[in-house]
Write a protein that binds this ligand. Structure first.
Ligand code: AMP
Length: 281
């Protein structure tokens, strides 16, 4: 497994491979890898010959008061897991390699970046699209895989790729969950035992809404109220938002008349956790 810390070295790798016509798959991550991340590698492998995983905690996608400094990191363990997964190359740059002192340019996907998670994290998606565009330019992939766990992020990156005519296929990969339903996330480590137990209510509320839809309850205000009741009944939870949206445009819907997506963000203690689920009438 090759480990690249310098942009120039990582950039040379695909340039050399392209001459032999192999398909390159990129899996961008912020490290502290779990089974959710590793499942993206499996998805990538279905459509690519060489897999590059990037591990980079991207400072510009964190707000000033957010958890950039305390975000969990474990380079040694990440490299071990990636080696076991037979990844071909890991791109692991330092912050000052990715952002020179006079860094000025940002990529912004209008409208989509300002709602839902973008509302409570105003610079977040601009930071994400900027780093992903840089990673695309550095690794030159044919395909790139993103988790449905971060559904809004997946849609925004898909839009950026379309709008800027990037020759890259964006592939979604399903959310991997703990046994009790909690979506795997590097941030779950912030939860204490009691909060960890309560955090399952996020998944349970999504399942409850899905069941109600199956029974013919299509009113979004009713469904939201039910989810809110469940989540608010816990001691350590605070809802950031719950929205029912069109799965492509992310526009809000009032009634579940077509396939839709429930998106939500909930604070559990000091962890802001997100999740989502597909629903069909
Ligand atoms: P992160 O390291 O949190 O930035 O995530 C890197 C990639 O892994 C993103 O595409 C995420 O959507 C994806 N991911 C994170 N958690 C999960 C999960 N539980 N299941 C599937 N994909 C995930």
């Amino acid at each position: 497994m090759k480990i690249f810390r310098k942009i120039i070295d990582q950039q040379n790798y695909p340039s050399n491979l392209k001459r032999t016509n192999v398909k390159i798959g990129l899996v961008p991550t912020m490290g502290f890898l779990h089974e959710g991340h590793l499942s993206l590698i499996d998805t990538a492998r279905e459509q690519a010959d060489k897999i590059i995983v990037s591990v980079f905690v991207n400072p510009i996608q964190f707000g000033e008061k957010e958890d950039y400094k305390e975000y969990p990191r474990n380079e040694k363990e990440d490299l071990k897991l990636l080696e076991e997964k037979n990844v071909d190359a890991v791109f692991m740059p330092e912050v000052n390699e990715m952002y020179l002192k006079d860094f000025r340019t940002h990529c912004h996907v209008a409208e989509l970046s300002k709602k839902y998670c973008g509302k409570s994290r105003p610079a977040h998606f601009e930071g994400v699209t900027t780093v992903v565009l840089k990673l695309f330019n550095i690794t030159q992939p044919d395909i790139a895989v993103f988790g449905e766990k971060d559904y809004q992020q997946y849609i925004i990156i898909k839009k950026m790729t379309e709008d800027l005519n990037l020759p890259i296929k964006i592939i979604p990969s399903p959310t991997i969950r703990e046994k009790d339903g909690l979506a795997m996330s590097s941030r779950n480590i912030y939860l204490n035992t009691e909060q960890r137990k309560e955090a399952t209510v996020i998944y349970e509320s999504l399942i409850a809404a899905k069941e109600l839809v199956k029974k013919g309850k299509y009113s979004v205000s009713f469904l939201k109220r039910k989810m809110k009741e469940m989540i608010d009944s816990k001691k350590h939870t605070k809802i950031d938002y719950i929205e029912f949206v069109n799965p492509e445009t992310l526009r809000k819907i009032k009634k579940v008349e077509q396939p839709a997506r429930i998106l939500l963000a909930v604070w559990v203690g000091k962890a802001r956790l997100i999740d989502n689920m597909e629903i069909k009438p």
